[in-house]
Design a binder for this molecule. Sequence first.
Ligand code: AOF
Ligand code: ZN
Length: 359
Amino acid sequence: MRASYAQCATRRSLTLHVVRRRKRRTVNDLQAMQIAITAADRARLISRPNPWVGVVIVPQSGEIFDGSTSRVGGPHAEILAIRAAGKLTVGATIYTTLEPCDHTGRTGPCTQAIIDAGITRCVVGIVDPDEKVSGRGIARLREAGITVELGVLADQVTEQLAPYIHHRKTKRPFVVLKMATTLDGRTAAADGTSMWITGETARRRVQVLRAQSDAVVVGAGTVRADDPQLTVRDVEGDSPRRIVLGEISNEARINPCTQWTGSLVDLLDELGKQDVLQLLVEGGPTVAASFHREGLVNQYVLHLAPAFSGGNDGLGVFEGNGITTMSELWRGRIVSTQQLGDDLEIIIEPNLKAQENKE
Ligand code: AOF
Ligand code: ZN
């Protein structure tokens, strides 16, 4: 256990703790699953392309042990929590945000480890959508006489694992479109200048979004205008793989990168095959419009500065013509809002019900 802990810390210098032991206290199923969800967050930057899973073990003595997924090839969350609990697993309840795996991939099946540990009850957030698992883990535990309960805090886990679930269901990455705009919807002034609309806190937040993404994409126009690096600098985590739509010069600071000249749908298919779970689209307006109009965006992250351009010149969020009449309005639902320094972040996702009603 120590080895994998140290490995995480040295290989990526992230301050992550894969296992924790807490003092004795009484927790109910919801509270224990909430602790497992928090534990899963610790693996968000290291587990990909594996899902970031959290596990809690509560023995009859009432202590709480938790674990989260380690790096690819390393132990799954269940294994770390089982090791932490030691002999206390006999007769214990295990809480897993995602159904335990029942296959031998890069590591052995967690179901077998749970059975061998003498655990008698397993509370699961959601079924693993990966076709190698999808219910088999739960079935196997039940066959072994373990009581399995499914669906505890399932909505929260579904939201937490959205990129993983989307990837396993569609074989494409979860697409996050990030935009920084003035309150009157401008992303650049009439002379083309666009730095800096939002403040430092919002820009740090963008670095976190990059660290959470496996790949980032911009248009060749943005590379020519801004010469961005699109790396992770001021926060923990690895830089995403960089993709440019179109061709750029060898001198651009974004190099090394992939220059893509095919369709967006083909790009997503290709990235999906390469285990890219989350793709961050970092604009400009032409690229944003293409992803948006083709209905390829799964989540919009808007950073709104309390500023006005004061007119209808300059660049908007989306290049080109939008809807022609109100009944065609694209509608989203707000997932979260937060203030970032002087700016406001609004995260929205497509409102599928509103879209269906339109059709
Ligand atoms: C779990 N617990 O913490 C995670 C699971 O190649 P492997 O052996 O690492 O297996 C990868 C698959 O295991 C992955 O596609 C997903 O279905 C599951 N992830 N399962 O029991 C975990 N991360
Ligand atoms: Zn597993």
